[in-house]
Design a protein around this ligand. Structure first.
Ligand SMILES: *Cc1c(COP(=O)(O)O)cnc(C)c1O
Length: 234
């Protein structure tokens, strides 16, 4: 099933890239493996996937312990400061930095490991209360500047989650906002490269709006089974 799903996703990415005159090679496909067990991930690796996303520190830590660094791990969930060291130990990218305190803790843990941690700032581009992330431009710019100054952080770009809706215009607005924000920051020499946006239901719009990282879970692995927790699914 993963093979067929992945074929559909890859074809859709290629088609969309062709339509909007982009190269598929500029887009990193991150398979969001949260709640899926090791067998699923191994099968996806066989099919050529190398980047996997997790949203719980403990789950990422466990999977990293089992599968190691043959995978490029992405942390995409809310991160509490007391879990930072686990995530710094395993993740190549942390997509969800939304405060100076968190950035500073990541910098500190990365320093202890002699690592330059790649991070993205999570931006809230929808009005949904449940979504986290930064909203004010001045706040975003200040945090971006701090991240640039931290010697063990490499600020790679911005991440957002579009609103959960069927309204395509609203989804597009959210992605356009992130793209423009990157352009505005880059006009102030911040030199950001990545736009992490687009999930199973909206990745084609994200490609049109300039996404460089797609985070796709159910579109690759199928529906997540939330009746069991991640440990039972492992
Ligand atoms: C779960 C998750 C995804 C993937 O969602 P799908 O709809 O399964 O593709 C992407 N980004 C974040 C932050 C997530 O938590």
């Amino acid at each position: 099933m993963i093979a067929e799903n992945l074929k559909i996703v890859r074809e859709a990415i290629d088609r969309k890239c062709f339509e909007v005159n982009r190269q598929p090679s500029e887009i990193k496909l991150i398979a969001v493996s949260k709640n899926f067990g090791i067998d699923y991930i191994n099968e996806a690796i066989k099919l050529g996937l190398s980047d996997f996303g997790e949203n719980r520190a403990q789950e990422l830590d466990k999977k990293h312990e089992i599968l190691g660094d043959k995978i490029t791990w992405h942390f995409i969930g809310n991160l509490q400061r007391n879990k930072v060291r686990f995530v710094v130990n395993s993740a190549e990218f942390i997509h969800s930095v939304d405060s100076l305190l968190l950035a500073s803790e990541i910098n500190k843990c990365a320093g202890k490991k002699n690592k330059i941690q790649k991070v993205l700032l999570q931006i809230k581009t929808s009005k949904e209360e449940t979504k986290s992330g930064l909203t004010e431009f001045s706040e975003i710019r200040d945090l971006a500047l701090y991240c640039k100054d931290f010697s063990n952080l490499d600020l790679a770009g911005l991440m957002t989650i579009a609103p959960f809706t069927d309204d395509k215009d609203l989804i597009r607005k959210s992605f356009t906002q992130l793209r423009k924000l990157k352009e505005r920051l880059n006009s102030e020499n911040l030199n950001l490269k990545e736009l992490s946006m687009g999930m199973t239901s909206d990745y084609e719009i994200a490609i049109e709006e300039g996404a460089t990282m797609l985070r796709i879970g159910s579109g690759i692995f199928g529906e997540r089974d939330y009746s069991k927790d991640w440990k039972e699914n492992l």
